[in-house]
Design a binder for this molecule. Structure first.
Ligand code: ADP
Ligand code: MG
Length: 394
């Protein structure tokens, strides 16, 4: 168990808090502030318990240079509105300079200050100890609450922890709890659902999950590479040529581990990669040579839904089809509905899968939707994330 802000005395302490304020912007305006709102519980807790709250985050890719397009000024403003009080924005093209040090020194208990975009400095993504030290001089306790960047060892996500005690905020605490319990201490049967585009990207996840799950469901674009491994015609479907042999190995590993491996039994095919394309629903061994698989068919939906209904825990990563096109969203929607209807612990990891669940309006029905696409994948691979590894154990 990792220490959280609740496990330490923060009164009067300068808390250096890494948030995920990497919000979408258009013409200098924040178009979606959900990440800022998600950070409020930790910030409010620290403020209300008398800490001096120094916030830092990256936004976009300013490539190690100051760039007004990526300033956190609009975030400071929005934060102030949400918190109902001013947030000091310590603008500096160097992120830390004498003026910023002085502004922090002048802070009173319960005040909140935001630093400029940490990626204005090229040292940030290199985890350069010199920049970590510059940041670290501003605080006494490091609080990491940015799960979305926890899989990166950067100055603001990991490096600063060399210089002071580190604990998690409420967001990371929640991610570790739900992802960790689902993977390492699941209520059984434990069913994992994998989908998305390429098998290659997800092989480490599949291999790790095969050692833990009771059943593994595979759908989406990656299933055609498995079909190809069986010698089936897959037409013009997505194929990950380099992974064909690997799919055979994964089947063997599943059999050896006694894991039920479920693949689609039918397919929604299309002539072209377009929503208005001519379509055909067929069994997996009847795919025409001039069509591509775009979604799982109704028999597969039934097969997968029945498995989900029996589960105690379900972890889902990767959509079942090209859900961005309404005519090929049916399989992904049906699986999301099966999760919503089940009494299992349901955990969604992966950016597109989370987007799909939200698109269907089923996000409230899930136990946990991870906020970090890449970070949740690395977690499911069984890796320890650098931004989590630096946190003190209880
Ligand atoms: P996540 O972000 O949840 O980890 P991925 O990024 O791996 O998921 O995959 C998502 C993408 O996979 C989506 O854009 C979706 O359109 C695509 N996809 C799913 N099924 C297919 C398919 N049959 N053919 C082509 N692309 C597919
Ligand atoms: Mg994705």
């Amino acid at each position: 168990m990792k220490k959280t802000v609740r496990d330490i005395d923060v009164k009067g302490k300068k808390c250096l808090v890494r948030c995920d304020f990497n919000v979408p912007m258009q013409d200098g305006k924040i178009t979606d502030d959900v990440r800022i709102r998600a950070a409020l519980p930790t910030i409010e807790y620290l403020r209300d318990n008398g800490a001096k709250v120094i916030l830092m985050s990256h936004m976009g890719r300013p490539k190690g240079q100051p760039n007004k397009e990526f300033t956190l000024a609009p975030v400071a403003e929005r934060l102030g509105e949400l918190l109902g009080g001013a947030v000091i924005f310590a603008q500096s093209d160097r992120v830390v300079d004498d003026g910023v040090v002085a502004a922090v020194a002048a802070m009173k208990d319960g005040e909140i200050l935001l630093l400029e975009n940490t990626r204005y400095r090229e040292e940030e993504t290199k985890n350069d100890p010199a920049f970590s030290k510059e940041l670290a001089q501003l605080g006494e306790i490091f609080v990491n609450d940015a799960f979305g960047t926890a899989h990166r060892a950067h100055c603001s996500t990991a490096g600063v922890a060399e210089f002071m005690p580190a604990v998690s905020g409420f967001l990371i605490e929640k991610e570790i709890k739900f992802l960790g319990e689902a993977v390492n201490d699941p209520k059984r049967p434990f069913v994992a659902i994998m989908g998305g585009a390429k098998v290659g990207d997800k092989i480490p996840v599949i291999e790790n999950l095969l050692t833990k799950v009771d059943a593994l469901i595979i759908g989406g674009g990656m299933s055609y590479t498995f079909f190809k491994g069986e010698g089936l015609e897959i037409g013009t479907s997505l194929l990950d040529e380099d992974s064909i042999e690997l799919t055979k190995k994964l089947r063997q590993e599943a059999a050896d581990a006694g894991v039920d491996l479920l693949l689609p039994v039918d397919v929604v095919c299309a002539k072209e990669f377009a929503n208005d394309s001519e379509t055909l629903v067929c069994d997996k061994d009847k795919m025409p040579a001039d069509m591509m698989g775009m979604d799982i068919g109704p028999k597969s939906v039934k097969l997968f839904s029945d498995e989900i209904a029996k589960a105690g825990t379900v972890v889902w990563n990767g959509p079942m089809g090209v859900f961005e096109m309404s005519n090929f969203a049916g399989g992904t929607r049906a699986v999301a509905e099966a999760l919503a209807a089940s009494s299992a612990i349901t955990v969604i990891g992966g950016g597109d899968s989370a987007a799909a669940v939200k698109q269907f309006g089923l996000d409230d029905k899930m136990t946990h939707i991870s906020t970090g696409g890449g970070a949740s994948l690395e977690f499911l691979e069984g890796k320890e994330l650098p931004g989590v590894a630096v946190l003190e154990d209880k």
